[in-house]
Write a protein that binds this ligand. Structure first.
Ligand code: FAD
Length: 401
């Protein structure tokens, strides 16, 4: 039987990369993921292995030491990795968004300085928009940068920083009123700063504190933190792109590719849930036969597999659209929305197929059940995706009467 979620039209190079990553996932991630997750342990060996495979530089151009691959290749790798353990895809995701933002918007000096280090995995990126009082409403950001000579002084508190502790480069979005008179639209008075820091917790640079890991329901292993700026001084040449007031657009561009990425993670987790469900259903017997022979369970499997296929197709479509140079916010929003919702449903069905054992920590599905909800929230909730989709539809189907 053909495996689910096949992608047609891949080049030999893409196929080779994917089969290498899949092999790594089967041998190095799946066997240890649940144990590490239960201990909330950072998967250092896995990260080192992915560095060696070049995954941290997958989309970074070859001239900066990366593999120069497409968003599609990247998303398909993320799908494979999330199939093994969603947290590992989270370790790569913020790094990838920051590298993408640098590639698209950085000054030549910033690209030359950061991208080769990022391709090697020496510099590891995190990005920070959310604050304690806001996530969806980015325009309400209150953290602020004020110019002081050749530097900016940053103050404020950030929240939900994935890889906040383990990264050494954070792209931070703050309000910067300099040059933007009062009354300027919020999205035109924001700036992205490239903040270098030591990895770890506590005061990691004068004026910058990473307090500690937030204790989460799932998505363990990867660290998620707060970030406190108290008189943090950043040189003017660390404004992304060299010009203030463009941060909102730069971040939204980053989040757009991030959405394809989250869709890919949803696809990977759903695939694993299907694999676990279809396997268990053939082993567990009730009323004299394997439960897979009861039509109700077969119907569940059919629904699950259909959702896996549909989500994969939409994710691939969104990635290909971006790779072709076209705007893909509609496709990325739809793919993220559908893949994360389907992921939650497929995981729940696989959980139900496991009966009481699904509730036991001995079974992998227990971990997936705690991981799937994160995908409903990260890179914009379902409501935010629907707002984007709705707005774009009204642009495309404008009433001409
Ligand atoms: C584990 C984890 C990791 C994260 N990592 C990062 C990170 O690395 N960097 C980062 O910047 N952020 C990160 N986030 C933050 C994440 O992006 C936000 O949590 C998300 O955008 C939602 O924002 P919020 O939590 O403030 O919810 P709110 O914005 O307060 O929303 C609450 C509810 O109201 C709904 N809602 C809000 N506005 C509207 C509206 N206009 N119409 C209808 N419904 C609406 C939302 O859909 C949601 O259901 C992370 C979050 C989590 C949980």
């Amino acid at each position: 039987m053909a495996r689910l979620a096949q992608t047609h039209g891949l080049t030999d190079v893409q196929q080779e990369i994917l089969s290498t990553v899949r092999d790594f996932v089967d041998k190095e991630i799946i066997p240890v993921a649940t144990e590490l997750e239960h201990r909330d342990e950072y998967p250092q060996e896995i990260v080192d292995g992915l560095k060696e495979l070049g995954v941290f530089g997958l989309m970074i151009p070859e001239e900066y030491g990366g593999l120069g691959e497409s968003l599609l290749t990247y998303a398909l790798c993320v799908e494979e990795i999330a199939r093994g353990w969603m947290s590992v895809s989270g370790i790569i995701n913020t790094h990838f968004i920051v590298a993408y933002m640098l590639k698209q918007h950085g000054t030549q000096e910033q690209k030359e300085y950061f991208l080769p280090r990022m391709a090697a995995g020496e510099t590891r990126g995190a990005f920070s928009m959310s604050e304690p009082a806001l996530g969806s409403d980015v325009s309400a950001i209150t953290s602020k940068a004020v110019k002081d000579g050749d530097e900016y002084v940053l103050n404020g508190q950030k929240m939900w920083l994935t890889n906040g502790g383990t990264s050494n480069l954070v792209a931070v979005l703050v309000r910067s009123d300099e040059g933007h008179p009062e009354g300027t639209a919020p999205h035109k008075s924001m700036t992205t700063f490239l903040v270098e820091k030591e990895p770890g917790f506590g005061e990691v640079r004068p004026g910058l504190t990473i307090p500690g890991k937030i204790d989460k329901m799932g998505y363990k292993g990867v660290d998620t933190t707060e970030l406190i700026m108290d008189g943090l001084r950043i040189p003017a040449n660390r404004v992304l792109g060299g010009v203030t007031g463009r941060g909102f657009y730069q971040m939204m561009d980053g989040v757009e590719v991030g959405r394809v990425n989250v869709a890919a993670r949803g696809c990977g987790v759903a695939q694993r849930a299907f694999e676990l469900g279809v396997s268990y259903a053939q082993q567990r017997h009730t009323f004299g036969k394997p439960i897979a022979q009861h039509q109700a369970i077969q119907f569940k499997l059919a629904e699950m597999a259909t959702k896996v296929e549909a989500a994969h197709a939409m994710m691939v479509n969104a990635a290909r659209k971006k790779d072709s140079g076209e705007r893909n916010d509609l496709e990325a929003g739809m793919a993220k929305y559908l893949a994360s919702e389907y992921c939650k449903e497929v995981v729940e069905d696989a959980f139900r197929i496991h009966g009481g054992y699904g509730f036991s920590k001995e079974y992998e599905i227990e971990r997936l059940y705690r991981e799937a909800p994160m995908l409903l929230i990260g890179e914009g909730t379902a409501e935010i995706q629907k707002m984007i989709i709705g707005r774009r539809l009204l642009e495309e189907y404008r009433f001409q009467g």
